[in-house]
Design a protein around this ligand. Structure first.
Ligand code: DHB
Length: 473
């Protein structure tokens, strides 16, 4: 592992009316003992103007924040991000392009994913590989900070869904000893893996409690609607709608899982920003439900303030232009259920998460007691410690985990991939530990990310440059 500051190319790229010039340091290996050398690498990009003494939005070669996006989705292997278009032919600059144009340095790691195998058919990308790789890449940045462009004390991770989970996890678990043996095993740099800020879109976290949270939200919605992707003969993805009703057994699972959620929420000792305890009664009602409702109501209010017509949302009560109340079960019906129960730990070991929690030799395993006990495949259980290492909730209040100061978490108001409760619980826990969390559930946004880059970069611009008070985040 090394960093040669003379090994670069200078690139120029135009998207639409925007042109950037940047210096690219390609294929930097961030592990000395790689389990998968093709993936344990990253590219680093810096605005070329920095090397000519320019500043961009006040940032210089020495002071620019280091934006660190990952492209992991579905816990699959993540390719290193590169400047370009959002989609081929869209003419819209993508996240990395915008970050460079904004005056950030960008560090874009590849990350191992759940399906990868070596030549002996040994799985090399099962949990905790994805988080270990992201941390190893952070360690590389700290180790070579002196020679790298940008300010490595200002690393900002970014990701969506599984990638948002990884971003939140790096932000919550800096330098925690749990990861040490894994980092040593891949020969990660001898440096810290703490970061400054984490940007997380719809993080798919807290997997061992996500089934219960999902059923708490969607209990009574027994019809599911989802899109299925098939590959055409030409290898192109094609989507078709799959709608159906849960089987009686799945409906029972939904009830069983929903019943597990209050005890979990109550065990967390969460409080809202006014210091009120967030709890649930056995029937799923209580202050925690009101807290989640308030997130949806705030979302609706912002939409109303933009003059969005919400008169068709019959679950929402609007008085004098104020979103004053909602019927939570009717809201869940309106946004529709995507996953059948159990949503994450599949009884047939069929989900992405079952696959994530496989081992070197076993493809898929369970990670909840409920699904282990109800397994139709006599599935094995993943080790508790590995499940814990994928959950930021395990680290937020650990004294030996260095938390990012700033979190920006976005979870679309009509996301159905995981319950809104999942991000809401993380936010409450982070705030209780003094982290500054900018949290919002944007109206009408499904499971998606990077849809508000102007705001993302403008916000961090304010506090990174002007040292604004945390309230501005
Ligand atoms: C992702 C989506 C899911 O619904 C899930 O269970 C895991 C990951 C994703 O988009 O990354």
């Amino acid at each position: 592992m090394n960093f040669d500051k003379n090994a670069y190319t200078v690139e120029s790229l135009t998207v639409g009316v925007h042109t950037i010039r940047y210096r690219q340091f390609a294929d930097l290996l961030y592990a000395d003992l790689p389990a998968n050398a093709a993936y344990q690498r990253m590219h680093i990009y810096a605005p070329e103007g920095f090397y000519e003494g320019e500043s961009i939005n006040g940032y210089t070669l020495a002071t620019a924040p280091v934006f660190m996006p990952n492209q992991v989705g579905g816990y699959m292997p993540g390719e290193p991000a590169a400047p370009g278009e959002t989609q081929e032919g869209s003419g819209i600059p993508n996240t990395v392009f915008c970050a460079l144009e904004h005056g950030y340095v960008v560090a874009a790691p590849a990350i191992r994913g759940r399906v990868q195998q070596d030549e002996n058919k040994t799985y090399t990308g099962k949990a905790p590989a994805c988080i270990v790789d992201y941390k190893a890449a952070v360690r590389y940045l700290h180790a070579f900070a002196k020679d790298l462009p940008g300010d490595e004390e200002k690393i900002i991770t970014n990701g969506t869904s599984a990638g948002g989970a990884l971003s939140s996890l790096v932000g919550s678990s800096g330098n925690h000893p749990d990861y040490e043996p894994y980092l040593k095993a891949i020969g990660a740099a001898d440096a810290g893996d703490e970061i400054f800020a984490a940007s997380c879109y719809c993080p798919i976290i807290n997997l061992e409690h996500a089934d219960a949270a999902y059923e708490w939200q969607f209990l009574g919605v027994n019809e599911f609607r989802r899109m299925q992707m098939n590959l055409t003969e030409g290898g192109r993805p094609e989507f078709s709608a799959v709608d159906g009703d849960m089987t009686p057994e799945q409906v029972q699972t939904s009830k069983d899982e929903a019943a597990l959620f209050p005890e979990y929420v109550n065990s967390l000792g969460l409080k809202d920003e006014q210091g009120r305890a967030l709890t649930l009664a056995a029937d799923g009602t209580g202050t925690f439900l009101e807290y989640v409702k308030a997130i949806v109501l705030e979302s609706a209010q912002k939409a109303l303030d933009r003059k969005t017509d919400l008169s068709g949302e019959t679950w929402l009560t609007v008085e004098d232009g104020r979103a004053v109340g909602m019927d939570f079960p009717a809201y869940a019906r309106a946004i529709t259920r995507m996953k059948t129960a159990p949503a994450f730990d599949g009884l047939e070991l069929e989900t992405a998460e079952n696959d994530l929690f496989g081992s070197e030799n076993v493809n898929c395993r369970h990670f909840t007691k409920y699904s282990l006990e109800h397994s139709k495949k006599r599935g094995e259980m993943a080790p508790e410690q590995v499940v814990r290492m994928l959950n930021p909730m395990s680290y937020v209040d650990a004294a030996d985990a260095q938390k990012a100061k700033y979190f920006r978490i976005r979870h679309g108001e009509c996301d159905r991939d995981t319950s809104l409760a999942i991000s809401a619980m993380l936010v409450a826990k982070l705030r209780a530990q003094g982290c500054s969390v900018d949290y919002h559930a944007p109206w009408g946004v499904p499971h998606a990310g990077d849809y508000d880059l102007d705001e993302l970069f403008a916000v961090s611009y304010t506090h990174l440059r002007a040292h604004e008070t945390p309230e501005h985040l």
